[in-house]
Design a protein around this ligand. Sequence first.
Ligand SMILES: CC(C)(COP(=O)(O)OP(=O)(O)OC[C@H]1O[C@@H](n2cnc3c(N)ncnc32)[C@H](O)[C@@H]1OP(=O)(O)O)[C@@H](O)C(=O)NCCC(=O)NCCS
Length: 176
Amino acid sequence: MALPIFTQRLVLRPYVDDDLEQLHAVLYSDVDAMRLLGGPRDLSGTRFALERSMTQQDVSGFSFWPVIERESGLLVGEAGLFPLSPDGPDVALGYAFGARWWGRGYATEAARAVIAEAFGPLGMDRLVAITREANHGSRHVLEKLGFRMEGVRHVWGAEQLFFVLERDFEHQPGDG
Ligand SMILES: CC(C)(COP(=O)(O)OP(=O)(O)OC[C@H]1O[C@@H](n2cnc3c(N)ncnc32)[C@H](O)[C@@H]1OP(=O)(O)O)[C@@H](O)C(=O)NCCC(=O)NCCS
């Protein structure tokens, strides 16, 4: 694992307990950001998500990671990897940002870094992603990243579009 990960404008690093309040204020309590992710959470819901990511990181060496804007030092969202189901084997890319930070290319920038981490240091050969049909912004991000849509799956109580990205062995991350 090669955390923290620096991109041009962002840093991805492991979660710490002190991220709770900012994560809650910026993302999990944001009605717009959580609209297609089951709705906003109360503080205990955010704590559950944060602790799940920290446990996931300890167990697997990957998880959702807080995304910090380098210029301001603010936590602006999260991006990373999670097992699609406890039975495996699929690992999914995910990302979410406070609505204030949408439209700046942050999801694409963070996701590219996560993909490079997955196919580089983490040694993965395939990533999946799920998103609601109505989530046009997220679908567009996945298409920009090269994911291909492979139908619909019932995940977490909802019909979700299912996307796949396979590692390109001829063009390794960092080749440009
Ligand atoms: C989806 C989300 C992550 C996008 O973040 P972002 O930082 O604004 O994304 P980017 O700026 O990197 O790219 C978004 C792209 O989608 C486009 N887009 C945004 N909303 C769109 C819409 N409603 N319809 C079509 N395209 C849309 C943008 O124009 C941009 O494309 P471009 O670079 O070609 O102009 C953000 O809206 C978000 O956090 N949503 C709430 C959480 C969520 O739904 N996460 C995904 C769960 S699957």
